[in-house]
Design a protein around this ligand. Structure first.
Ligand code: ZN
Ligand code: ZN
Ligand code: ZN
Length: 157
């Protein structure tokens, strides 16, 4: 594959240098913070592991508000961007897991017990598009207008 030319002016070279230098310095600073766990209290409050807290926190994400069901309890997790955590804060604290990646909060690969509950499986209601636990959705005997699975409040309409 041949890509487009990406011309380089003296100004381009200068700003590329500034960007690369800043990027590298942030990486080094993040590594220092990671080693020292310098914001441990804040990190625990947000239930994030050291890797996600110090290295992945400020990654770019889309601006649209988004939500997704928690990977364990199925409760909706909201975010101001498209970067939505995998677990809700309650589940993170309860099971000592990172809400961002789902891993152990202290990065203990060999932790004694991974005693996690069965995840509550969720599915979107065909009408309101909100997520509910699969068990709480009502299946229509015959699909009509593409509707098949409805939540309790939509089913009673
Ligand atoms: Zn949860
Ligand atoms: Zn993590
Ligand atoms: Zn519904």
């Amino acid at each position: 594959m041949i890509l487009n030319q990406y011309t380089l002016s003296a100004r381009d070279a200068e700003s590329a240098t500034v960007i690369s230098k800043g990027l590298a310095e942030r990486c080094v600073q993040n590594a220092v913070n990671f080693q020292a766990d310098s914001q441990r209290i804040k990190r625990k409050k947000y239930s994030e592991c050291k890797a996600c807290f110090y290295f992945c926190r400020h990654k770019m994400a889309g601006a649209a508000c988004s939500s997704r069901p928690c990977g364990l309890c199925g409760k909706s997790v909201d975010s101001g961007s498209t970067d939505v955590s995998r677990l809700c804060l309650d589940c993170g604290h309860k099971h000592k897991l990172c809400v961002v990646c789902g891993g152990d909060i202290e990065l203990k690969v060999y932790r004694r017990k991974w005693d996690l509950p069965e995840p509550v499986e969720t599915q979107a209601c065909d009408l309101c598009q909100s997520f509910f636990s699969k068990a709480s959705l009502t299946e229509l005997p015959k699909p009509r207008n593409g509707l098949r699975m409805l939540c309790k409040s939509c089913a009673s309409l």
